[in-house]
Structures are given as structure tokens and as C-alpha cells.
Design a binder for this molecule. Structure first.
Ligand SMILES: C[S@@+](CC[C@H](N)C(=O)[O-])C[C@H]1O[C@@H](n2cnc3c(N)ncnc32)[C@H](O)[C@@H]1O
Length: 296
């Protein structure tokens, strides 16, 4: 089995939420005759290996900003999101696992052996998540398909253009781990607007440069060295989270109002587990169910 170390106790918290939501979703699509018309997909765009090992919190935090995979060390194997999705009862009509790492792709393909009845319905894609998802959104017949998309990147890898493409369909329920403490908070310097690649990364994630005004204000005070910085950071975790939800609401008709902070042992909110639904009519029910699961 390919080893893949990431997460900690908070990861289990998040995966438990997914574990509860998926059967609630597939049940609606099998029990309601109108909904049964739709082909249901589970799409995991940062799919990993299907499994995970604990005890890598700090190392995952190190890797988060810079897009590196965290090397494995010993630890107990647990199910990752892909394996959890494959256990959903009733099952989805189709499972799509997207992964950039060739080694992890091989491991995902072996999930067919563990779930032989579902093997013909599993597609493993070796591609960049953003590129694939955008293409998939525009090539899918949304008169016939409905999907749950799960996005758990290490850090800042999701691009706003991908979020907007999903929101523009009428058929996606999106679970996304927003990299609050693990990514965004670290890039926001105290006495200077982030520049260059850091600024580009924030703009690509939020889909706007408005984060600059949202998170910084002109400085009125001298710093410790007697210099006067031009701008000063004016954003705590709550402000960043609020801005992200505001951004989601600009494109999704329904967004769960209270995302779940996933905190490390030092109580830092590494991620926010967020939910949004793109269907203008049915999305409100999806958000009600998701918010209930998030709030428990
Ligand atoms: C935190 S892990 C995913 C964990 C998995 N979803 C789970 O819960 O079991 C993030 C994964 O995203 C992959 N990845 C990183 N950047 C990617 C990209 N641009 N496109 C596709 N996969 C990517 C990494 O190789 C890694 O396996």
C-alpha cells in the first residue's frame, strides 16, 4: 500500500462529516422518483491514495504553502476520502478520483480490487485538479448529472476560476477545505501587503484583488523600529473566514453559513470545512442538511 501521511484528529472530524453527508445525498437520489432520473457522481479532486496515516500535522503544515507532498513515516492507516466515498450506501452511479501524483494514482486504481462491485464505476484521472474540474464542468450534461465534489488540497491549490466554474453549473454540491490558518493567514504579513507570487496566490484563490482592502488599512502608527509602514494588516481569522464566505456567495446561490473550523493541537484553525450548493432550487435543502452535519 502506498503511504500517504497527512492530517491529524481534525482530519478525522472532517472525514466524518463527509461520511455522514454522502449517504444522505445518495438516499435522496434513489428514493425520490424525480431525482432518480439523475446520474450521480462523487468527484474527489485532490484524492490522495484512498488512505491516510496520522501524526503528520506539523509536516503537513510545512508542505501546505509550497505544494509539496509530505513524505510518509510510520503511523496507523485510516480511510481517506476516496475509500470513505466508496463505502457510501446506497452507492453513487460513478466515482471520479483526480490526483496529480503518479504514485497515488496507482494506489487509487487499486481501490477497484477492494470494491470489486464498484470497479466499473470508478474513474481515476491523472491530472491537475483545476484543469480537469473546469473541463469537466463544461463538458458534463447537467440535464442528466448531479455531483458531490470534495476538495481537500494541502493548501492554496484551488483556484477561484474552478470554484466559479462549479458554481455556474446547476448540479454541484461542493465540500471544500478552505486553507485558513495553513495558507492564507501565513501569507498575510503584518506591516506590508504581500507582493509578487504571494499576492498572486491570494488573488488566484479569492478571484479578486479586493482582499487587499479587506485585510489591510493605511497605517497611522510607527512600528517598533520607528518606521511608518504604509499599510497594516487588519484581519484576524474571523475576518478572513467572513471574506471567503462573502466570495462564495458571489457565485453560489446557497452557502452553509457556519463552516467548521478544523483546529490543530494549538487550537489554530488550519482549515475551514465549507459547503456550497449550486442548484438554485434544491440547493437550500442541501445546505440545510450540510449545516446540520457541520454543526453537530
Ligand atoms: C490532503 S491530500 C488529499 C487527501 C484526500 N482527499 C483524503 O482525504 O484522503 C491532497 C492531495 O492532493 C494532491 N494534489 C496536490 N495538488 C494537486 C493538483 N493541482 N491536482 C491534483 N492533485 C493535487 C496531492 O498529491 C495529495 O495527494
Amino acid at each position: 500500500m502506498v503511504e500517504h501521511q497527512f492530517g491529524g484528529p481534525w482530519t478525522e472530524e472532517k472525514l466524518n462529516r463527509l461520511r455522514k453527508y454522502l449517504p444522505a445525498y445518495t438516499k435522496i437520489f434513489t428514493s425520490n422518483p424525480r431525482a432518480a432520473y439523475f446520474h450521480t457522481l462523487y468527484v474527489d479532486a485532490f484524492a490522495g491514495t484512498g488512505f491516510r496515516q496520522d501524526e503528520a500535522v506539523d509536516r503537513e503544515e510545512e508542505g501546505a504553502l509550497f505544494d509539496v507532498n509530505v513524505d510518509p513515516e510510520a503511523g496507523a492507516f485510516r480511510q481517506g476520502s476516496a475509500a470513505i466515498a466508496l463505502e457510501t450506501t446506497p452507492p453513487f452511479a460513478e466515482y471520479v478520483f483526480i490526483e496529480r501524483s503518479a504514485t497515488y494514482v496507482q494506489s487509487l486504481a487499486r481501490l477497484r480490487e477492494s470494491f470489486p462491485a464498484l470497479a466499473p464505476h470508478i474513474t481515476v484521472v491523472s491530472d491537475d485538479a483545476n484543469v480537469y474540474l473546469r473541463r469537466w464542468c463544461s463538458n458534463t450534461d447537467w440535464h442528466r448529472n448531479r455531483a458531490v465534489v470534495f476538495l481537500y488540497p494541502y493548501g492554496m491549490q484551488v483556484q477561484w476560476a474552478t470554484i466559479a466554474a462549479m458554481a455556474a453549473t446547476p448540479g454541484i454540491d461542493l465540500w471544500i477545505l478552505f486553507p485558513l490558518g495553513i495558507g492564507v493567514n501565513r501569507l498575510l504579513l503584518r506591516e506590508r501587503l504581500p507582493q509578487g507570487p504571494w499576492a498572486d496566490r491570494l488573488t488566484a484563490l479569492f478571484g479578486t484583488e479586493a482582499w487587499q482592502q479587506a485585510f489591510y488599512r493605511p497605517s497611522e502608527q510607527q512600528n517598533l523600529f520607528g518606521d511608518q509602514p504604509e499599510t497594516i494588516r487588519d484581519a484576524d481569522f474571523a475576518r478572513i473566514a467572513q471574506f471567503w464566505l462573502e466570495r462564495l456567495r458571489t457565485v453560489f446561490p446557497h452557502v452553509a453559513p457556519q463552516p467548521l473550523p478544523l483546529r490543530n493541537s494549538r487550537h489554530v484553525p488550519l482549515y475551514l470545512l465549507c459547503f456550497a450548493a449550486s442548484n438554485p432550487r434544491k440547493g437550500s435543502t442541501a445546505v440545510r442538511i450540510a449545516q446540520h452535519i457541520l454543526s453537530r
